[in-house]
Design a protein around this ligand. Structure first.
Ligand SMILES: [Zn+2]
Length: 116
């Protein structure tokens, strides 16, 4: 489903589902999934470091190390946030037949056209 690490294909290569579905701001949901995952990861890491190093936590290392870990976490989990949001959306809004484009002879060709 991924055209590259940061881009989804227009359609699923197997079932031809339009992966961006119909809304322009569709991936605000992916942003929310990413935000929740990164906030949770940071909070757990912060708690573990505090518990291990108490009573002298390395505040500067927590601040800068936390920023680096969050940046790496965002880059690594970016495609998973998009596909996880798509899965959540599909649970609540099942696929309509017209989204699959099985009747459209051009379905699946839009990725090729965009690269030219
Ligand atoms: Zn599919």
């Amino acid at each position: 489903m991924l055209a590259s690490w940061f881009h989804l294909r227009d359609r699923c290569p197997r079932c031809k589902l339009h992966l961006h579905r119909e809304e322009g701001d569709y991936f605000l949901g992916a942003y929310t999934v990413m935000l929740l995952a990164m906030e949770t990861m940071f909070a757990l890491g912060f708690l573990i470091v505090l518990l291990v190093t108490w009573p002298n936590p390395p505040w500067a290392a927590i601040q800068w190390g936390g920023a680096v870990v969050l940046l790496i976490g965002v880059l690594v989990s970016y495609p998973f946030a998009k596909t996880l949001w798509l899965a959540i959306d599909l649970m609540f809004r099942p696929v309509a037949r017209q989204e699959l484009g099985w009747d459209d002879q051009n379905a699946g060709k839009d990725d090729e056209v965009r690269r030219q």
